[in-house]
Design a protein around this ligand. Sequence first.
Ligand SMILES: [Zn+2]
Ligand SMILES: [Zn+2]
Length: 242
Amino acid sequence: MRRFTRFAEKDSMKKSLAKIKKLFLDLFFPQFCVGCNTEGFLLCKKCEKNIIKIGEQVCPSCLRLNKNGKICQKCAKNFEINGVLVGAYFEEGPIKEMIHNFKYNHALELKKNLAKIMVNALPADLKIDVITFAPLHHQRLAERGFNQAEILAQEVSKNIKIPSEELLVKTRYTKRQVGLSGKKRRTNLEGVFKVHKAESLKGKRILIVDDVTTTGATLNECAKVLKNAGVKEVWGLVVARG
Ligand SMILES: [Zn+2]
Ligand SMILES: [Zn+2]
C-alpha cells in the first residue's frame, strides 16, 4: 500500500511540475493560434474544427477521382508513383497557416495535428513496410535547421507503428519549385535524388511523406529512384495539395 502511495505522490508531483512549467512558458512565451490568433494555443479547438479533410482521393496527375489516390491508367505511363494520399484542403480552414508556421516559424508542435490529418487519409487496405520522407539538400537543411518532411514522417510512424527510415538523399541544391511550370519542375529535379540504402529495399512497399505536393514532381522523382533500387510500390502521403 505504501509503495502505491509513494508512486501516486511522485505522479502528482510530476503533474504539478508540468503545470508550473506550462504556466511559466505561457507567461514568457505565450502561444497564439495560427488560425485566429487566440492566445493560449498553437491551434485552438475552433480552428481545428475548420480543417476540411479530403473526402475522396484523386489521381495525382489528372486530379480525376480515383480510389486511394491511385495514379489512373492513363497517367500511369508517365508516373512511377503508385498514388498520392492527401489529408486536407490547402486553401480551406487553417491548413495553409499551419504548414507555414510549422516550416518557417518553428511551430514544431503542430507536427501532431499535421500527422493526425495525414494518418486519417491512409486507407485501411494500404499495405506499407517502411515510411520515408522527401529529403532536403544539406545546404537547405542547414538554412532551415530541420527537415519538415522528416519530422512529419516520424510522427506518422509513431501513429501507425511502421518504422520511418532515411532512404533518400538530395545531391544537388535546386531552385524552389514554387513559380515553376510543371515541365520545369520535372527538369529542375532530374537526377537529383539518390537512394541512401539500396540494400534491403527489394520488394518493399514504401510510403513517402512530405508536407505539400503540387504537381507530384518531387514525390515522383523519389519514387523513380526507389523503384530503380527494386522497391515494389511507392505511395505518397502529404498534408495538403498546394
Ligand atoms: Zn484559432
Ligand atoms: Zn490520371
